[in-house]
Every structure is written in structure tokens, then in C-alpha cells.
Design a protein around this ligand. Structure first.
Ligand code: ADP
Ligand code: MG
Length: 493
């Protein structure tokens, strides 16, 4: 039986949990990185004293008029171009009417029937399998204020600083089929918005907030009723919340209860999701075109100007890395996980001309150390030039891979360290002197007649024992490949 084919067909089948298929769609609010608000000149900076950054326009006081922020529109265009979407030549702002303490003006300006960005997709790898999640739309809207629950005095205050902050709400089709796929999608979208620089991506501060719509169904059945988990502000919580929600929904259905459409919140302390309110329908919001704002008209020339000013996208850069540096798709994707990693890789490669080795070191030893320190590449104490020098010394045979790790340790703890100086000071040079090596080999062969006999009798493993002895005899400085060759030559004679 052909087992390879078997695993493949299993992988192609939808992932089932207790016989149920999971369906997930995302709505993500990305705060756009403009200096000023979407319809006013008030500042958007985070962390100011409450109510110092909301102006009359943000509060819609009588006599004020909103004016569209061009920078917010350009950021929406950039996202559309990055994801292969259609940029609507003419889109409309609408009022979404509801009352809430943090929205005293009674409506949110958003886009409803005709959004600025339409279609497109987010593509990424999940365990070597390429995934594509289709977008429905991305629309511009303003954020509301914030309720501050001051438990110590038993009161709630309202901070309107956030009112009018520009948001892009990015909505997917219900294309995801597992928690892992949903988290991978969110990470990829996060990577793209920060890469093109339209959003700072700070999840703790709420610059990138995800709502996960989750439902389950038996394969082949129509879509199940969804519940929407609001405001997931870390990838860890996202994973916990969706996992919990899936289990909860399956339990409910198995117990004979129907799922009610609802908006739910995740509580990180209990690890559970809980219904907050039953879900409103679009009709509840009484949408209508905002009479204060003209249609948003985007001429093709404007789109082209924005396109010309954009940086190389991760997908495009990964393809270039694969082609120019001979990397696998997987490695090229890993090395373009962020702009910083990509430019580190390119700088180190430039310093030594060894893209594959540099890539392996970045994805291996460098990432391992950064993860342990919970730091990202910006905080890497080893410069790309230093990594390039290290790789050069491995490539030219001066040091072994193991010795190189010791050099890396030294570079890591003291950024002033010079690669060649450490190799010298620690005596890490590989033994490339064959005469000296031969002496050690002869001594080891003479001292281990049993292993020699076993090897000659056809036991290939006996060679490893001898190699080990020789490496030990050379304090690990012998070139393992040379040792192997020399041994086989001697044992053959
Ligand atoms: P609303 O705007 O009222 O939240 P939408 O129909 O625009 O509703 O859908 C919002 C999100 O929910 C989209 O990302 C969509 O893909 C997702 N979604 C819709 N139906 C389902 C479902 N049955 N299961 C999971 N996700 C769904
Ligand atoms: Mg929704």
C-alpha cells in the first residue's frame, strides 16, 4: 500500500473535531498610523491625559464639519494594493447609528454599501501548505472613545481621546477551517500592515484588534450559526479563545441545544468566552449616507502615485530571495517574516556571500537566542557584519560549526568582540594540519584494536566510536570530514 498517498489525502481532508468542521471568518480593526484623526486635525497619539485630544469635530458639535484625512485614504489604498484588491474609484461614507457612553454623538462614521477596498486575499504558509484567505472588503471608519472603569471609586469615566481615530476594518470570507489557520492568518495580516507601515501593530495598545467569527457544522451541511469573539488583542488569547469557543459550541450542539448568534468576550483569567449581548442586525443601525461627507473619489493616477511610493512587499521579496539567493520557498518566507529580519539577512549575506549559511544561522542559532531573551532582531547584539565574518570563517574551514557556536556566545555577550580575535584567544581554530592529525589517528587506531576489527568485519558503526576518540584527542579541533576520510583510507589499507 502506498503510504505517501495516504498521508496526502488525509492532509487534504478538512480538519474535523469530533466529526465537526470549524468555520472562521475575521474582522480586524487596524488603527492607521496617521498623526491626526480621520476627519479632524486633533492628534492621535496614544496615552495622553484623558479628553485632551478630542476636538469639536470628533464630538460632532453643531456647526462643525468633518474633512477626510488624505493620509488615511492613502493607507487604505496601500493595503488594497498589497492584497491584490480592487480600489473603488468612488466609495461612500455612512452613519452607523447607535448610542453608547463612549459615542455620545450617537453615530459612527463608517462605510457600508460601497467600501474603499474590495476583494483581494491574504496568502501564507501553514505547515508547508499554502493557504489563501479571501477578503470581502476593507473599509475606513472612525474609532469611538473609551470607557474607563475605575473600580477603586466604583465609577466609570469616559475618555474621548480615541474618538475619530482612523481605522481600517478588514473583513474576510469565512474561509478558515482551524484555530491554527485563523492565528496564522492574523499573524500574516499583522505582518503585512506593519511591513507597509500603515499601522504600528501594537496589540496591547489596541492598534490591531481582531474579532473572530466562529461556527461549527457537520461536513456538507450549510454554515452553522456563528458567535463573534470581540477584541482579541494577543495571538495567545486568540488561540485560547477560539479553541474554547469551538469546544463549547460542539458541547452545546451535542447536548441538543442550538447555538444563538451572539457577541462574546474572552476572559483571559478563566480562559472562557461569555455572551455579552445578542447580535444586532445591520437594520438595527439604520445606516444612511453621511450628508456631511462627499463620496470618496480615487482617480487611477492617485492609485499609481501611491503604488510608486510603496516598499517591496513580503511576498515579492520572498520570491526574489528564493530566486537570487537560491533559497527554498520555506526559507525565503521565514527570512521575510519582518522587514528587519529581511534586511539583517541581506546585510549579512552581503558581508560574506553565503546566503544559505547565513539563512541557517539566522533561523537557527540567532532566532533561538533571541527567543530565549524574548527579544526581536532589532535587539540582536550581533551585527550582520559580524555574522557575515563568522560565516566566512566556517566556510573557509577555519572553525567548525560547533566552534562557531562558541564564537557566537562571545559575540552575544560582548558586542565589541572581534570574530578572529575570539577564535585566536579561545584556540578554536580547526586542525587542518594533516601530519598532526595523522599522529592522533594512528594513536587512536593502535589503542582501539577491537573497533578496528569490528569495522573491518563490516560494522560501519564502529567507525563512529573511532571518530569520537579522534575528536576528543584533538580537543574537538579536528575537521570531522578530514578525520572521516583519513580513517577510511587507513582502515582500507
Ligand atoms: P456582521 O458585519 O454583521 O458581523 P458579516 O456577514 O459581514 O456580519 O460577517 C462578518 C464576519 O463573519 C465575516 O468575516 C464573515 O466571514 C464571518 N462569518 C459569516 N458567517 C459565518 C459563519 N457562519 N461562521 C463563521 N464565520 C462567519
Ligand atoms: Mg461583525
Amino acid at each position: 500500500m502506498n503510504t505517501t498517498m495516504d498521508t496526502k489525502s488525509v492532509a487534504k481532508n478538512p480538519l474535523l473535531i469530533r466529526g465537526y468542521e470549524v468555520v472562521i471568518g475575521f474582522e480586524t480593526h487596524a488603527q492607521l498610523s496617521t498623526q491626526s484623526k480621520i476627519f479632524s486635525r486633533a492628534a492621535t497619539a496614544f496615552g495622553a491625559e484623558p479628553n485632551t485630544q478630542a476636538c469639536a469635530v470628533d464630538l460632532a458639535l453643531p456647526g462643525t464639519l468633518p474633512v477626510m484625512n488624505k493620509g488615511a485614504v492613502e493607507r487604505a489604498i496601500e493595503l488594497g494594493l498589497a492584497l491584490g484588491s480592487h480600489i473603488a474609484p468612488r466609495s461612500i461614507f455612512a452613519r452607523k447609528n447607535y448610542f453608547y457612553p463612549d459615542l455620545p454623538k450617537g453615530y459612527q462614521i463608517s462605510q457600508f454599501e460601497i467600501p474603499v477596498v474590495q476583494g483581494g486575499s491574504v496568502e501564507f504558509y501553514l505547515d508547508d501548505e499554502k493557504k489563501s484567505v479571501r477578503l470581502v472588503r476593507a473599509h475606513l471608519e472612525e474609532d469611538a472613545g473609551k470607557s474607563l472603569h475605575e473600580d477603586f471609586i466604583g465609577q466609570t469615566g469616559i475618555d474621548l481621546n480615541r474618538a475619530g481615530t482612523p481605522l481600517l476594518e478588514i473583513v474576510t470570507e469565512p474561509d478558515m477551517r482551524s484555530t491554527a489557520e485563523a492565528v496564522a492568518y492574523a499573524k500574516e495580516l499583522h505582518k503585512i500592515v506593519t511591513w507597509i507601515g500603515i499601522c504600528d501593530g501594537n496589540m496591547q495598545e489596541g492598534s490591531f484588534r481582531c474579532d473572530a467569527n466562529v461556527s461549527v457544522r457537520k461536513p456538507g451541511e450549510p454554515l452553522g450559526t456563528r458567535r463573534e469573539i470581540k477584541n482579541l488583542n494577543s495571538f495567545k488569547f486568540m488561540q485560547q479563545a477560539i479553541d474554547f469557543e469551538i469546544r463549547w459550541q460542539i458541547e452545546e450542539i451535542e447536548d441538543g441545544r442550538a447555538i444563538q448568534q451572539a457577541t462574546v468576550l474572552f476572559n483571559p483569567d478563566t480562559g472562557e468566552t461569555r455572551a455579552m449581548r445578542s447580535k444586532e442586525d445591520a437594520a438595527d443601525y439604520r445606516y444612511f449616507p453621511d450628508p456631511d461627507l462627499p463620496p470618496l473619489v480615487i482617480a487611477p493616477e492617485w492609485v499609481e502615485r501611491v503604488r510608486a511610493g510603496m516598499t517591496e512587499l513580503p511576498r515579492v521579496m520572498a520570491a526574489r530571495f528564493a530566486k537570487d539567493y537560491g533559497l527554498s520557498d520555506y526559507d525565503a518566507t521565514a527570512l521575510t517574516q519582518s522587514r528587519e529580519v529581511a534586511s539583517y539577512f541581506e546585510a549579512a549575506t552581503q558581508a560574506c556571500g553565503q546566503p544559505k549559511l547565513v539563512g541557517n544561522w539566522i533561523m537557527g542559532e540567532v532566532s533561538r537566542r533571541l527567543n530565549a531573551a524574548e527579544a526581536d532582531i532589532n535587539a540582536c547584539p550581533v551585527t550582520p557584519t559580524q555574522l557575515g565574518q563568522l560565516v566566512t570563517r566556517i566556510q573557509d574551514g577555519t572553525i567548525s560549526n560547533n566552534a562557531a557556536k562558541q564564537v557566537m556566545d562571545a559575540l552575544w555577550s560582548d558586542p565589541q568582540t572581534q570574530v578572529d580575535a575570539v577564535i585566536e584567544a579561545k584556540g578554536l581554530k580547526q586542525m587542518n594540519d594533516t601530519a598532526e592529525l595523522e599522529k592522533i589517528v594512528d594513536a587512536v587506531l593502535a589503542a582501539n584494536p577491537k573497533n578496528v576489527e569490528q569495522f573491518r568485519a563490516g560494522n560501519d558503526k564502529a567507525l563512529n566510536a573511532l571518530v569520537g576518540q579522534i575528536m576528543k584527542g584533538s580537543q574537538g579541533k579536528a575537521n570531522p570530514q578530514q578525520v572521516n576520510e583519513l580513517l577510511r583510507k587507513k582502515l582500507a589499507s
